[in-house]
Design a protein. Structure first.
Length: 222
């Protein structure tokens, strides 16, 4: 049995190859994939399983809580909102007592939108100027925003470049892990907002992304 995920091209190729060898093939596809691509995969004999694209992020929350159950809060980086919305929806089902805090780079101003319940960003504005390039996008997407409003705390944790770099260095020196700036924003927020978060005993941090060249580590050039 061959199982993969694809919005079209890879799924078609695997379905064709599986057909040549008489092997069953299942492809998990986003529910907004083009109909022509779905038809092509079915034509090669693939079984298709549709899912909402954000559901893949929910599996991060499931794995996290399987390993570290009974959290009080989770800090999650937010750019376009896919990761935080998918995880927040899953956490709301698995353990609704857990508080979800969005962590953003300076300049995003997500909190204003969450408190108003509307996407207040200037539609003509460019990306945020931040070292955390994985969450540089200014606006949370239209599909993700309602779930972020519904499932996340309205208080947003904002960090700047200096705080992010400090967190990267601490992770490197204490945990012996190299994470990119986007992944370090949650630790940066925990360190900055320690008083605000003091009532939570067990806090989960999402350290997402290790895509950084060692020679470009920001704290190594200070």
């Amino acid at each position: 049995l061959q199982i993969t995920h694809s919005s079209g091209n890879h799924g078609q190729a695997l379905a064709w190859a599986a057909k040549q060898y008489g092997v069953p093939c299942t492809v998990v596809v986003p529910n907004d994939a083009p109909a022509c691509k779905l038809a092509a995969m079915r034509a090669y004999g693939a079984t298709l399983v549709e899912c909402d694209p954000s559901e893949r992020y929910g599996t991060v929350a499931m794995e996290f809580l399987e390993q570290v159950p009974h959290l009080d809060a989770m800090l999650i980086p937010v750019g376009g909102g896919g990761l935080v919305s998918g995880m927040a929806v899953a956490v709301a089902e698995l353990d609704p007592k857990i508080k979800i805090f969005c962590v953003e780079p300076e300049g995003k101003r997500l909190e204003d939108s969450l408190k108003s319940g509307e996407r207040l960003w200037d539609q003509n504005a460019g990306p945020v100027d931040t070292i955390a390039d994985g969450i540089r996008v200014l606006r949370v997407g239209t599909k993700c925003f309602p779930e972020v409003v519904r499932c996340c705390e309205k208080t947003v944790l904002t960090v700047d470049k200096k705080e992010i770099v400090r967190a990267m260095e601490l992770i490197y020196s204490h945990l012996k892990q190299v994470v990119e700036p986007t992944g370090a924003v949650t630790l940066a927020a925990l360190l900055k907002y320690v008083d605000l978060l003091s009532s939570y005993q067990k806090i989960g941090l999402i350290l997402c992304g290790g895509n950084v060249d060692l020679k470009y580590l920001p704290f190594s050039r200070q």
